[in-house]
Write a protein of this length. Sequence first.
Lengths: 145, 77
Amino acid sequence: MKKKKSVFKEGQITSDFIANAIAKHQVKTQIGAHNIFLGQVRKDVIEDKTVKAIDFSCYQEMADQKLHDIREETFEKFDLTCMHIYHSLGEVQVGEVCFFVFVSAPHRPQVYEATEYIVNRVKEEVPIFGKEIFEDASYQWKTNV
Amino acid sequence: MKVIYFGKIADVTNKTFEEIQLEKKDVKSLIIYLNEKYAIDLNEMQIAVNQNLVSKSEQITLKDSDEIAILSAFAGG
């Protein structure tokens, strides 16, 4: 059995972390194309209240299992060299990155499709919950639509 | 049986888990219990048994050894 990779990171995903992830792939010389998706916390205004941050939590055991399945099925479906998924837990402020999907392959068409496939499946199937915290400290629970 | 709560459900119940006794151990009775005790509406909850979402309309029997989780809407990404 392949080792399960750790997806969840406390707090925002920094631009340094993303840059390092890219740099690590320079030794994988069979790669000809990378594609990256970054999810950023948006400053939504909901009924006159402005979002300040999202506080993420998850059902860890189920999330790990679903992410493992998504990884396996993505590799079966697309000719990829590697893929990485990272998601924040805890509080992430507006403007910060909370979701990072990084897909690499020998050729370009596969990486676009695979990225879209992964992002959609993570949003729909992985038990991650988000509390939108407003500037006045009240909150509401976010729902993916 | 032990039931664990996540997201908005944990917020509404004000706990992350509880031990509950159902006369009839099935999904339908669990939904009724959650609705009566916490006023959680059917469409506000998803039910996972052993880490897989189950249908809320089918007759599904639960065992004490099952890991039963009540989840609110997903918000990842």
